[in-house]
Design a protein around this ligand. Structure first.
Ligand SMILES: *Cc1c(COP(=O)(O)O)cnc(C)c1O
Length: 360
């Protein structure tokens, strides 16, 4: 018999599979290149004199700092506990439980479906075409089918884990036929590594476009949980009805403001250049190894590699205390393993193991 406490939970929650984050999967090791984190943290100062007070729901200095950084008006910015919270807020604000759907293009980031599952919202998966591009015709047919009731399309650019960029004309095509029908959310968690591809300039032209951003990746602040939504003022206002009253802890706002200060942005630029350079050297060094069948797009701070035997490679790394992320069971990604670009030393270590495995 099921534990009566468990039976108290809703059926939906009892049947839920939670997100298997790198942190939850865990693994014993000394080198963790499985969560696309930055290899090291910067230093920050904290003022503790006002910690007795509740923080503002949307700390004004932080909203201003991010609006300046992203080059959008203040009223188009929302700050949340990571962009994961933004994804959840969007689903809960725009999708009716038991009725509406979201649409995703797998393989992609796992949280869109999990946020939908948690909210009792259906997920429609549309396989990509060509080089992991959205199937525009298939998506159009689904959006126009009222019985599907699609409220949000989640697209990720650069896509986690394939690194693929969403083409500007593809996005504009989708934005045009979804106008007044559903939101198109572009997840730009990794956009700082290839800023030329941002779709933020399109916000002024399409009211149904939403862009999510985060300080967790290029800003090297995954630990503070801070993300942003850039969207039409009315969309932001609706989300503010759903968000908790005090989501952003005061120390989080302080650290985020320092990261977005003039000096913080200089450090960001240096960190990105260094990482992109290390990524290029790593890929050039391993791409011709016999065990590597395919090198995916290298637009973010990770690289997805397809091996002759991905499961074996992943396990050989685990055996040596190096934890990567296995995508072997995901659609179209058989034998693929994602490697976060870490420190110089970590990449040297990964390269050495790959050479060793190629020789064996
Ligand atoms: C890491 C990641 C996120 C999560 O960002 P947080 O701001 O840390 O919640 C969102 N989207 C994608 C595609 C990611 O890889």
């Amino acid at each position: 018999m099921t534990d009566p406490i468990i039976n108290l939970a809703t059926k939906r929650v009892r049947e839920l599979t939670p997100y298997l984050s790198a942190r939850r999967i865990g693994g014993r090791g000394h080198t963790f290149l499985n969560a696309n984190e930055a290899p090291k943290s910067a230093a920050y100062l904290l003022n503790s004199t006002t910690l007795n007070r509740y923080p503002e729901c949307q700390p004004p200095e932080l909203i201003e700092a991010y609006a300046n950084y992203a080059n959008v008006p203040l009223e188009n910015v929302l700050v949340s506990r990571g962009s994961d919270e933004s994804i959840g807020l969007l689903v809960r604000t725009f999708c009716e439980s038991g009725k509406d759907s979201i649409l995703i293009v797998p393989p992609t980031y796992g949280m869109y479906k999990i946020s939908a599952d948690t909210a009792g919202v259906n997920t429609i998966e549309v396989p990509p075409v060509g080089n992991f591009a959205p199937d525009v015709d298939a998506i159009k047919a689904l959006v126009e089918d009222a019985s599907k009731s699609i409220k949000i399309i989640f697209l990720c650019s650069p896509n986690n884990p394939t690194g693929t960029i969403l083409g500007r004309s593809t996005l504009e095509e989708i934005l045009a036929f979804t106008k007044d029908k559903c939101l198109v959310v572009v997840d730009e968690a990794y956009i700082e590594f290839c800023p030329e591809y941002t779709c933020v300039p399109l916000l002024a032209k399409y009211r149904n476009l939403v862009v999510t951003r985060t300080l967790s990746k290029a800003f090297a602040l995954a630990g503070i949980r801070c993300g942003f939504t850039l969207a039409d003022e009315e969309i932001i206002k609706l989300m503010l009805k759903v968000i908790d009253p005090y989501p952003i802890a005061d120390p989080v706002a302080q650290i985020a403001c320092q990261a977005l200060s003039k000096n913080g942005l200089i450090l960001l630029k240096e960190r990105i250049n260094e990482l992109n350079d290390r990524k290029a050297r790593f890929i050039a060094g391993v791409k011709d190894l016999s065990i590597i069948k395919e090198v995916f797009a290298d637009n973010a701070n990770y690289i997805l590699l397809r091996f002759t035997d991905g499961e074996k490679v992943f396990n050989e790394f685990v055996r040596r205390g190096i934890i990567l992320r296995d995508f072997n069971t995901k659609p179209l990604l058989k034998d693929s393993v994602r490697i976060t670009i870490g420190s110089e030393q970590e990449m040297e270590e990964v390269k050495n193991v790959l050479f060793e495995l190629a020789k064996a």
